[in-house]
Design a binder for this molecule. Structure first.
Ligand code: ATP
Ligand code: MG
Length: 434
């Protein structure tokens, strides 16, 4: 993209309404704009990041064997009456009436809808297990939307729902998701720790929140540094081996990890390498047995012919919250530091002398070679403005083209994360970027 013709409205001033770094930087770097309280429009650079995150989430869900679907945002109140949740859900639910006075709602989550879809076609235990997910907008009328996209009212979530014949099957589904989540967050460039969460009336220990450390997190968290060295790669664990999944689950639940609500000082005192700080919840996985399948009448024929009520779990990732959370985890005074995997563009090209034939020619050549992976700063602006905006926007690589270097066929290549700058030929610079 050429910056001179793009809607990337960077701001020099710090917006007064933003209390935390990620919110300030998302506004300043022109990623989003608020359209009403807790509701955001995603501008080109921000939308590219959102899509990159969604794609990594999708690839890891697919690798685990889950199937992607797309359910609507609008749901009928009747479905929620069947599960018994409609009246109890409270003010977070946005309730709407259509022109025929039918009660609708903007989905805050999709357990009811997926259970309904599944019961229409699942007849036999032979169709189990299955896991279905979608990446779709949710609406929750949060009392206090804040911190930009981190606690919005409309937000993008990946939510998956597993169906198994019995609890033992559901445990396997749960472990698969836990493994998929660890791989997802690793690819996004952050360390996420699974922490035991409340299971409510279901009981047991099959509910975990995935927390990443950042100074502005909403809860205090404690964990053993042992988590940081666990290898979760496909060479260490396979989704197809129950023994692998069991070994993985044991590794993930043995070292100490707790949010402040569940913190145990005595157990904490025994941890050798402590990590402590504020944490942001980026995902939540939950086994809930027959909580929805039972009241909604989902039954399949079991192996002996009698009807069985499938066991379910649900698995969420806050896709839009992650954009803010990744910035909280990776930024400095100058701006955002994107991991290569999620950056809106791999590189930016800074033309320090627009109108100079050599600089222009070199920039055009690099821009063409990077095939859509670069943002070309072709604005008629001073170098200082371009440097500041490039640091603010957090492109992993900056290719700096000035008249002196260009005359010798050289550019400067800057790595945003380290600040390292080297002079290279165009060819060498491009091969470094990869
Ligand atoms: P929280 O305690 O932060 O309100 P939750 O327990 O209500 O989260 P879930 O229902 O488990 O969240 O939703 C799954 C994921 O969706 C969460 O882990 C979080 O990353 C994300 N999420 C939840 N609420 C919001 C919101 N208001 N804005 C952005 N993301 C959200
Ligand atoms: Mg909530």
């Amino acid at each position: 993209m050429r910056l001179s013709r793009s809607l990337v409205p960077t701001l020099k001033e710090t917006p007064a309404e933003a209390q935390i770094a990620s919110h300030r930087l998302m506004l300043r770097a022109g990623l989003v704009r608020q359209t009403s309280a807790g509701i955001y429009a995603w501008l080109p650079a921000g939308y590219r990041v959102l899509q990159n995150i969604a794609q990594i989430v999708r690839e890891e869900q697919d690798a685990s064997g889950a199937q992607e679907v797309l359910m609507p945002t609008l749901q009928s109140a009747d479905l929620w009456r069947q599960s018994g949740r409609y009246d109890g859900y409270g003010a977070e639910m946005l309730r709407i009436k259509d022109r025929h006075d039918r009660e609708m709602l903007y989905g805050p989550t999709n357990e009811e809808m997926i259970t309904d879809l599944f019961r229409q076609s699942a007849k036999s235990y032979r169709q189990l297990p299955q896991n279905l997910y979608h990446i779709q907008w949710k609406f929750r009328d949060e009392v206090r939307p804040r911190f930009g996209v981190m606690r919005g009212r409309e937000f993008l979530m990946k939510d998956a729902y597993s169906f198994d014949l019995d609890q033992a099957g559901a445990v396997i589904a749960y472990r698969k998701m836990m493994l998929a989540y660890m791989r997802t967050f690793r690819r996004l460039g952050v360390q996420a720790i699974p922490m035991a969460a409340d299971t409510g009336p279901i009981g047991g220990d099959l509910s975990h929140e995935f927390i990443i450390l950042a100074p502005t997190g909403e809860s205090q968290v404690y964990y053993d540094a042992a988590f940081e060295t666990i290898d979760t790669s496909p060479s260490a664990f396979s989704f197809n081996s129950e023994a692998d999944l069991e070994r993985f689950a044991a590794l993930m639940t043995t070292p100490y990890a707790a949010t402040d609500e569940k913190h145990d000082e005595a157990a904490w005192a025994k941890v050798a390498n402590k990590r402590e700080g504020r944490g942001i919840e980026v995902g939540h996985i939950f086994y809930f047995g027959t909580k929805y399948s039972e009241p909604m009448g989902l039954k399949v024929a079991g192996p002996d012919g009698s009807l069985v009520v499938p066991h379910m779990g649900s698995y969420g990732i806050g896709v839009s919250r992650l954009v803010g959370a990744l910035i909280e985890a990776n930024h400095d005074d100058a701006g955002i530091i994107w991991a290569d995997a999620v950056a809106p563009w791999k590189a930016t090209i800074l033309n320090l002398k627009m109108g100079d034939a050599t600089c222009d020619g070199m920039c055009e050549d690099i821009y063409a070679k990077l095939k859509g992976n670069a943002l070309y700063d072709d604005r008629d602006e001073r170098g200082g403005v371009k440097f500041n905006d490039a640091d603010l926007m957090g492109h992993p690589w900056q290719i700096i083209v000035g008249p002196r270097g260009a005359a010798k066929g050289m550019v400067e290549l800057k790595r945003r994360a380290t600040g390292e700058r080297v002079e290279l030929s165009v060819e060498d610079a491009l091969s470094r970027i990869g």
